[in-house]
Write a new protein. Structure first.
Ligand SMILES: NC(=O)c1ccc[n+]([C@@H]2O[C@H](COP(=O)([O-])OP(=O)(O)OC[C@H]3O[C@@H](n4cnc5c(N)ncnc54)[C@H](OP(=O)(O)O)[C@@H]3O)[C@@H](O)[C@H]2O)c1
Length: 340
């Protein structure tokens, strides 16, 4: 890594790989130097589209490329463990898309590999790097709404998604929970930490993935979080944080907000807005900048997206899946998904 630029490799060439790469190429201190796909022609097409010098038709060549500082892993969830593991084992630093893995066992294996090889590893939970979310978290920690009572958040897409779509495919870790529910769960845990108990109900598809899921998380201190996700109904994607002395409302798109409203009991509502200098609300540049800051500082994990927090979210997702009866191919039905 040079002081001036961090050299990125992109692993996979789908929707989010393209969106993230489009933001990366706009950052003056980032350089996208390589891309890997399962096929040479798709790697070449992606490389041509974004002006990337090296294109590989397999993952291993990228994992072994010593002129890559960090690999962005952007395949379906079911591939994260294998792809990120290959990169870490070959000495690459890794930013891995959400959900981090299929289950906490896989997540723990990646964390262990990053420690064994002394490499940086972070879940691409861009919400945690969003400046508006960071401000909200700081206000809550300062007691702006008093003691936390409830968190509510939802993320549902109308679809419809055909059975061939990755969101409906058990082999790709399909379903609403892992793809969308990870945001409301991560939001609740950003503010409250890991819950002490989890209950959940879901509607499953014929293929056995969750079409919609509602979960209630609870904490020993008395706080509750109600989270909902769906791939069969477009929701408002709002979030509410209620405390003993007020509440915070985040309008639609709570996972990449450009504003929120703080209602302190007995006071006029205060609106907090994103700084226009931070760029568009759907930008992935904040998480990319956080990765590059950490790499330059010699850190192996980000304080904004700590690995313990990622593991705690994966435990909650496992617990919810245990309650709703969703298991993915290859998961051991007795050893995996034991209640949190
Ligand atoms: N942070 C965000 O806002 C955000 C948004 C959307 C998705 N995501 C996450 O990013 C990941 C990818 O989502 P996506 O929407 O980009 O999916 P996508 O459009 O279906 O692309 C996934 C890509 O993964 C590669 N791949 C590797 N193994 C595969 C396999 N066995 N089956 C199918 N594709 C395989 C393919 O690229 P090659 O053909 O090049 O191998 C494919 O194009 C998911 O984990 C998702 O949760 C994050």
């Amino acid at each position: 890594m040079t002081a001036e630029s961090v050299r990125w490799g992109i692993l996979a060439t789908g929707g989010i790989a393209a969106a993230f790469t489009a933001d990366l190429v706009d950052l003056p201190d980032a350089e996208v130097v390589a891309v890997a796909s399962r096929r040479e022609d798709t790697a070449n097409a992606f490389a041509e589209r974004f002006g990337i010098p090296r294109a590989y038709g397999d993952w291993e060549s990228l994992a072994r490329d010593e002129n890559v500082d960090v690999v962005y892993v952007a395949g379906p969830h079911s591939t994260h463990r294998a792809a990120a593991g290959l990169c870490l084992a070959n000495g690459r630093n890794v930013l891995c898309e959400k959900p981090f893995t299929l289950n906490v066992r896989e997540a723990g294996e990646l964390v262990a590999l990053s420690r064994e090889h002394d490499r940086f590893l972070m879940e691409a939970m861009w919400m945690y790097c969003n400046p508006v979310i960071r401000r909200l978290k700081a206000l809550v920690e300062d007691g702006a709404v008093g003691e936390l009572r409830t968190v509510q958040a939802d993320f549902g897409l109308a679809g419809p998604f055909p059975p061939s779509h990755r969101l409906r495919d058990p082999a790709q870790g399909g379903g609403a929970l892992l793809d969308l529910g990870v945001y409301p769960v991560s939001f609740a845990q950003l503010l409250l930490g890991e819950p002490t108990d989890v209950t959940a109900r879901a509607v499953l598809s014929d293929e056995g993935v969750d079409l919609q899921t509602g979960a209630l998380l609870s904490w020993d201190g008395g706080a509750l979080a109600s989270v909902h996700c769906s791939i069969i109904g477009g929701t408002s994607t709002t979030a509410y944080v209620t405390g003993s002395h007020g509440r915070i409302d985040i309008p639609n798109g709570f996972f990449h907000p450009d504003r929120f409203v703080l209602h302190r009991d007995g006071k006029e509502p205060e609106e907090f807005l994103a700084d226009p200098a931070d760029g568009p609300r759907n930008s992935f540049r904040h998480e990319a900048r956080e990765v590059m800051r950490a790499l330059r500082a010699g850190e192996t994990e980000s304080p904004l997206v700590p690995l313990d927090g990622t593991l705690a979210v994966m435990r909650t997702l496992d617990a919810i899946r245990d309650r709703i009866g969703v298991r993915y191919p290859g998961e051991d039905t007795t050893a995996e998904l034991t209640p949190a």
